[in-house]
Design a protein around this ligand. Structure first.
Ligand SMILES: [Fe+2]
Length: 331
């Protein structure tokens, strides 16, 4: 079986964003689009220029951006200058509601003081960096495995919007993305028919245990109660109408299969989806950079925390899925 932990190390993939060999830009109305990965039948990832983030984004432009999002799955905006309030306001234009951060324990204990944002950086309340072997350190290791956000929620998420505050150290901060639509499309026909009707159990504690077996081998009772598993079809229709694989390190078991046999197939598929031709590494260049991805048609991972990491202040809003597959399937 493929080793999930093989992914937990600091690296960049063959294609980076910005690319060292940029593809030609496209112009669409006031927007300039710089694609990241392009094949004959698929586009994945694009830097978008031309949005005026100083004022609220007009509805017409939001519509245009959603249509670009459906096509590219990952949109990158540089130096937006957005603050918490405008980050949230733009996210609220993209769906019915935002996820509430379950780790928000009240304003006095939360560095961001904002329940609609997830603090996914590495800075503690007192300004120091997260300590090695703290529970937060171990929890974050799971984010270094390939995953989609919130696939284990009863109502899953559709979009995540990650915004950088403060200037990252050059070359020190990356997020990696994988195109699950193109990866599905390249599977042989017999594999596609094997996968077609499979249902997958997604469990947050499964990915935490994979990444950090000592700490999360036995999650605390309140942790388990707060996050029961969810069930989703493995093969789904992406917003652009193509089929895609809905996969994540949270994927624990295929319904009706043993865990070991399930894990073998799940990690074989994750390995397939993360081949170099389907993957790029986005570099965080400056404060205000923002990446908006669709969890229903991509996977992503962070680099793990290390002793030599530099400060990284990134905050995420998460838009709840309001589509027909949001609640998955009942088993
Ligand atoms: Fe994530």
């Amino acid at each position: 079986m493929a080793n999930p932990l093989a992914h937990i190390h600091i690296r960049t993939y063959d294609t980076t964003c910005p690319r060292t060999d940029p593809l030609p830009s496209l112009q669409e109305g006031s927007l300039t689009i710089r694609p990241v990965l392009q094949s004959s039948d698929s586009s994945f990832g694009a830097e978008i220029f031309g949005v005026d983030w100083k004022k609220p984004v007009p509805d017409e432009l939001v519509k245009q951006l959603i249509s670009l999002q459906d096509r590219y799955a990952v949109l990158i905006f540089r130096e937006t200058g957005l603050d918490n309030a405008r980050h949230i306001a733009f996210s609220q234009q993209l769906g019915e509601k935002l996820e509430i951060n379950p780790f928000f324990y009240g304003r006095e204990n939360d560095r961001l003081g904002e329940p609609l944002l997830f603090d996914v950086g590495n800075i503690e309340l007192d300004g120091s960096l997260v300590k090695r072997d703290s529970r937060r350190w171990h929890h974050s290791l799971g984010n270094a495995l390939w995953h989609t956000d919130s696939s284990y929620h009863k109502q899953r998420s559709k979009y995540s919007l990650l915004l950088s505050h403060g200037n990252p150290v050059h070359g020190g901060s990356w997020t990696h993305f994988a195109d699950t639509r193109r990866a599905y499309s390249d599977l042989p026909p017999e594999k596609k028919s094997q996968l077609e009707d499979l249902i997958v159990e997604h469990d947050l504690w499964h990915s935490r245990k994979l990444a950090s077996p000592i700490i999360y081998g036995s999650p605390l009772p309140h942790e388990l109660a707060a996050k029961p598993p969810a069930f989703h079809k493995l093969v789904q229709i992406a917003p652009d109408g193509r089929k895609t694989l809905y996969l994540a390190a949270h994927a624990k078991r295929i319904v009706g299969w043993e865990v070991e046999e399930s894990q073998k197939l799940i990690w074989e598929l994750i390995e397939h989806c993360t081949k170099p031709e389907y993957v790029f590494s986005m570099e965080w260049l400056r404060g205000g950079d923002m990446v908006w991805w669709d969890n229903r048609q991509s996977m992503h991972r962070a680099n793990p925390y290390t002793d030599s990491m530099t400060a990284r202040d990134v905050r995420r809003s998460t838009v709840v899925d309001d589509g027909v597959d949001a609640f998955g399937v009942v088993v």
